[in-house]
Design a protein around this ligand. Structure first.
Ligand code: AMP
Length: 425
């Protein structure tokens, strides 16, 4: 038997109702902040991710699904393509390609699958879904303003509240700009030199390639060493420090609680200044629901114009896991099950179903070959509120037996009254 591939999974009903619930709340909330949807391809040239996410990151070094596409002619060398491991790179590529900066400030979001070859575990998949939003534009459009950072953080708090996820924590940091990072990296390298021999193999590699990544280490024995390392907060230049203070002042003013965490550096290379993560304790080891930050130099590093930006990616799989609602609670059950009774009643039943569906009712339709007992069983199993019997006599009278499946109460209802009668609880 062929099964789904390791690290992938099928999302089945009724759980998909929770995904729809999340996505419609997302679209509602994002609309209020004037975001619009963008859909980019799920695969791109490999170079896009190598240059934006960073060669030294785990994602690019170990986790990408990359293949060489066939060239057009047999002799032609193929292009290296990669399934997107994250959304920002593709969106910034689209921003550059379509000169979206000419429109001023862009507020874009996208919802879709991402692919990383990570070790699968609860809350970690190889195909997972992200809800991603980006605010990007030319500096003249105010894209650098701390007001944009704060607006995004407040929007996320609003979204989580709206979804009924209350016990989240927001951790905030500034990772500074390229200048600060150069000085910080230097200091880190120095501080790591005498101690790195006692650290895990990953940290030993990071100490050479990208010392900042040491802060991602989860190995318990390394933590006392990491605690004593210099922090980025001590290296922020004046503009970065002020930017960060302004972000905090606005977030405080709008009443969104946060904690400062100067160990938070985030896994991708392109981040500058504000970096943040929302966590949710109930999720266990993989407790990050979403992460994001500023990436002021990303467009330029991809050959585009100056286009400061800030964005985030919500792990939709984890967001759904954090919901208090049950799938059964949000799924919309049939308002009515129509049971045609006896040969030749299917057409009339179909006509009734069509009429009732026009009234925005959820209608399940049976088949004339079912005996009444079977229709009742199927209607009950489907969770319908009412069963509507369409027999020969009912068709003649143009009035139908309507039975409330919860109370057992049965009435005969003239055709014209059916929508109102079924629509009320
Ligand atoms: P990142 O793009 O790594 O900053 O991730 C943003 C969010 O996506 C994380 O906070 C997680 O909620 C989610 N995420 C990342 N990797 C995975 C994965 N392999 N499986 C499920 N969710 C993930």
């Amino acid at each position: 038997m062929i099964k789904s591939v390791r690290g992938t999974r099928d999302l089945l009903p009724p759980e998909t109702a929770l995904w729809n619930f999340v996505e419609s709340a997302v679209r509602d909330v994002f609309r209020a902040y004037n975001f619009q949807e963008i859909r980019t391809p799920i695969f791109e040239e490999t170079a896009l991710f190598a240059r934006s996410v960073g060669e030294e990151t785990d994602i690019v070094a170990k986790e990408m699904y990359t293949w060489e596409d066939r060239g057009r002619a047999a002799s032609e060398k193929g292009q290296s393509l990669t399934l997107r491991p994250e959304a920002t790179a593709g969106i910034v590529r689209a921003y550059i390609e379509h000169k979206l900066g000419d429109r001023g400030l862009n507020k874009l979001y996208c919802i879709g699958p991402m692919f990383r070859r990570e070790r699968p575990q609860k809350g970690r998949y190889r195909q997972f879904y992200q809800i991603d939003a980006e605010v990007i534009g030319p500096p003249s459009a105010g894209s650098e303003s701390p007001a944009r950072d704060a607006e995004i953080l407040e929007m996320l708090a609003t979204l989580l509240d709206r979804l009924g996820i209350t016990d989240w924590d927001l951790e905030l940091n500034s990772v500074g700009c390229a200048n600060d990072r150069a000085a910080f990296n230097e200091a880190l390298r120095k501080a790591l030199e005498p101690v790195v021999g006692r650290m895990c193999v990953d940290c030993q590699r990071r100490a050479v390639t990208n010392p900042l990544r040491v802060f991602d280490c989860k190995v318990p024995e390394d933590q006392p060493i990491i605690e004593k390392l210099p922090r980025i907060s001590q290296f922020l230049d004046e503009p970065c420090r002020q930017h960060f203070e302004k972000v905090q002042a606005i977030v405080q003013a709008v009443g969104v609680p946060f904690t400062l965490n100067d160990r938070l550096v985030r896994g991708l290379d392109y981040y500058t200044r504000t970096a943040f993560e929302f966590t949710h304790g109930a999720l266990g080891a993989q407790n990050a629901i979403l992460g994001g930050g500023r990436y002021d130099g990303l467009s330029e590093s991809l050959g585009g114009p100056a286009a400061p930006g800030i964005g985030f990616a919500i792990g939709e799989d984890r967001l759904v896991m954090s919901l208090k609602e049950s799938a059964e609670g949000v799924v919309r059950k049939p308002d009515v099950y129509i049971a045609p009774l006896g040969a030749g009643t299917n057409p009339e039943a179909a006509r009734l179903a069509r009429e009732l569906r026009h009234h925005d009712l959820v209608v399940e339709l049976g088949d004339e070959s079912f005996r009444l007992k079977k229709s009742f069983e199927v209607a009950t199993k489907a969770g319908a509120k009412y069963i509507l019997i369409v027999g020969e006599n009912e068709v003649k009278a143009d009035a139908f037996a309507l039975k409330n499946l919860a109370t057992g109460e049965q009435v005969s209802v003239p055709r014209a009254d059916l929508p109102r009668q079924i629509g009320q609880n």
